[in-house]
Unconditional design. Sequence first.
Length: 555
Amino acid sequence: MISDTESLYTSLPFDQSSSFKQLNTLAEAAPDLAELFRQHPLRGQMFCSHIDGLTLDYSKQRLDDKILKTLIQMAEERQLPEKIKHLFTGQPVNHSEQRAALHTALRTPEQAGPDHLQPDDSRILPEVHRQLDKMAGLVDRIQSGIWRGCTGRKITDVVNLGVGGSDLGPLMVTHALREYAQTSALKVHFASTIDGSQLFELLSHLNAETTLFIVSSKSFTTIDTLSNADTVRAWLRQFCHNDALMYRCHFIGVSASAEKMTQWGIPIENQLHFWSWVGGRFSLWSAIGLPIALALGMKTFRALLLGAHKMDCHFSQAPLDNNIPVLMALCGIWNVNFLKIHAHAILPYDGRLKFFPSYLEQLEMESNGKSVLQSGEAISYETCPVLWGEVGANAQHAFYQLLHQGTHAVASDFILAARRYDSIQGSAHYASMLAQHELNISNCLAQSRVLAFGNHAVEPSDNPYRHYPGNQPSSTLLLDHLNPESLGALIAAYEHKVYAQAVIWGINPFDQWGVELGKIVALQLQPALSGAVAENDSPNHLDSSTQALSRQISQ
Ligand code: F6P
């Protein structure tokens, strides 16, 4: 453990370091992308980093050797290598909550060799694997039909009730890897919204006798999830008149609070635990991943963990100038703080990654959308950009107009799998599917090219309506295949990018105080809206807009 928590802070503020000043000067004369490619015909090969099955091409970022070297120097000045060790060994990197962030331990093999960075606390890995085994046991009982509903019928449907990190990761992975499902017997659904709209639709066609609900909440206090769980409990009680039987046959709880799960009614044998040192948005590797394992099988879930572990090894061992998450982080910092590009589009050219942008929105913006240092002092430079995205080829017909001809500079990540549809080789529609895949690839490569070079990608145009200025930076993440291992590595790369950026900015990526006030105010408003407050006690202290809206709603 670090004895002096002060060493968590990097002494000199980020914007006062010598490399920051140098980078500012370099940014004033930053070359454009067409010029950078003219200077180095082999730039595409030079500004690239690989690990097994995954390549980062950052050659279309607006930086050259000198800028890259200065960015690396800045990462060293910010003690990034030491901070990476702190993360893996379980130092209290989440300073405001005084705890570690050990999501990497969740995917460390039990017998990991001494060359792998591991938590200093030797109890952690055995405990992680004990829960993983308990989860495997539950998955086996449910998938094999040993687990029965309260009337003795097999489970056919599972609904995950969770929100934020207890929803987005499992939803994204389950959708992305459907082709890798080892059994198609179970249908897995997700309900997250507090308004109950997803449940309303699901409960209208699900059979209570054969449906199992996972109440997934790290804190087990999140009102969104608990209100969905309460609705489900009321729905189940129509069919199952014995509460103890209902809880035993129709609910599994996943949380860091065993006590709260028990209070709610979930029996101990139906509880899976994880730990306060797993951040919600970093939790899909824990028992929060249960819907993934139920939908796709434990083998697929373990392959996902393995892929993430390989990225962990790369992040903790590769030199900074050939380290994929570090390079992603540095490109982001160069864009945000020096080129003043404050929007970042996530563009997977793969329908299977439909939910990847919303997953990353939480991962990046909830982690690094911060304006105070670890120490609590206000900062005077930009941190996380605004992230959004969509499946790339669909987004071409939606918001790409703005990327190409709008007034904002936008950085983009293109994500693409090189090979697809091997599994249907020999089928009647294989050639046609392959042609679609090639079309998709050419669209992806065409878009990053036009964003970088504008009209010069083809020929200059005098027509102002057809003018494409280009010079919009992007990176391309190329997977050989989208499979459990490569997806695990891809997600872990973004997790580590977030951490590396937070270290450089001097902020805490593992807390989220910014979401608390809204929850408190919603709780204050609810009685007024539900009529629990007498007319003459109406909340006159509210602003006139909120008053008028609530009056109109209550009429
Ligand atoms: O409100 C934000 C948040 O705390 C996220 O960080 C978290 O992923 C989500 O709510 C759900 O929290 P829980 O898993 O505790 O229900």
